[in-house]
Design a binder for this molecule. Structure first.
Ligand SMILES: [Mg+2]
Length: 235
């Protein structure tokens, strides 16, 4: 049996990407009043990725990148009123109540009956902490890990802090890049729960279908059954 199960939060347990998509929609709407002669999607995407090293993951870095892109794309004609509308959207992102995904609270309660649980999420420390508190799920987790990057080393550190071996750890999440591949790399287990709204940066990978320690769940409700199936396979 797995001794510890790690759960991702954003777009695994609660809505997240939807607020980024709304920000992009507002950005495109505001930008439509200006003449722009380059491919906006590509420009913004590249700038966001480039800025990750500086801002890390999270809403504030996202909106700062939009503001920087707006200035560059409009050759510094983007108005201060329009900039303030982007900042207002950031404030909405940072203050919106957590919206749990369907089946999330039931899943966490079910898994907690038989397993120690750890919440592992990346992003802005204060915002992620607020979301965890607001979710009402914090009590199910023995640890909440808010990290700046989900690398194999970070997972190894968390697993060691739990006092277990990688083979006794299972991660559940919606991002192949962050929740699945680095976990499989250190010989732990992973269940992928795809969310149709996942940032492209997190999905540009192939499914590790050849990997016996990997399973894909169609919905959160399918996760407990897959946990049991993987545990049976491990015996
Ligand atoms: Mg996620």
């Amino acid at each position: 049996m797995f001794k510890v199960i790690g759960l991702d939060a954003d777009d695994t347990l609660w809505e997240n990407e939807i607020f980024y998509r709304r920000g992009r929609k507002l950005f495109n709407h505001l930008l439509s009043s200006y003449p722009v002669d380059v491919d906006v999607e590509t420009f913004v995407h590249n700038l966001e990725i480039q800025n990750l090293d500086t801002y890390g993951y999270g809403a504030a870095g996202f909106v700062l990148s939009l503001i920087e892109a707006a200035d560059a794309l409009t050759k510094s004609r983007f108005s201060s009123q329009d900039t303030v509308r982007l900042i207002d959207h950031l404030k909405v992102m940072l203050s919106t109540k957590v919206q749990l995904l369907e089946g999330a609270s039931g899943l966490v309660a079910t898994l907690a009956e038989m397993h120690r649980l750890v919440l592992i999420t990346k992003g802005d420390l204060r915002h992620q902490r607020l979301k965890v508190d607001d979710s009402g799920l914090a009590g199910y987790f023995e640890r909440v890990e808010i990290v700046s990057e989900k690398s194999p080393d970070v997972y190894s550190r968390i697993i060691a802090d739990c006092g277990i071996d990688p083979g006794d750890f299972l991660m559940v999440g919606n991002s192949l890049r962050s929740d699945i591949l680095p976990v499989l790399e250190i010989d732990a287990w992973a269940i992928y729960v795809p969310n149709e709204l996942t940032w492209s940066h997190e999905t540009l990978e192939d499914l590790p279908l050849h990997e016996p320690r990997f399973a894909e769940a169609a919905t959160l409700n399918d996760v407990p059954g897959l946990v049991e199936a993987l545990e049976a396979q491990d015996e």
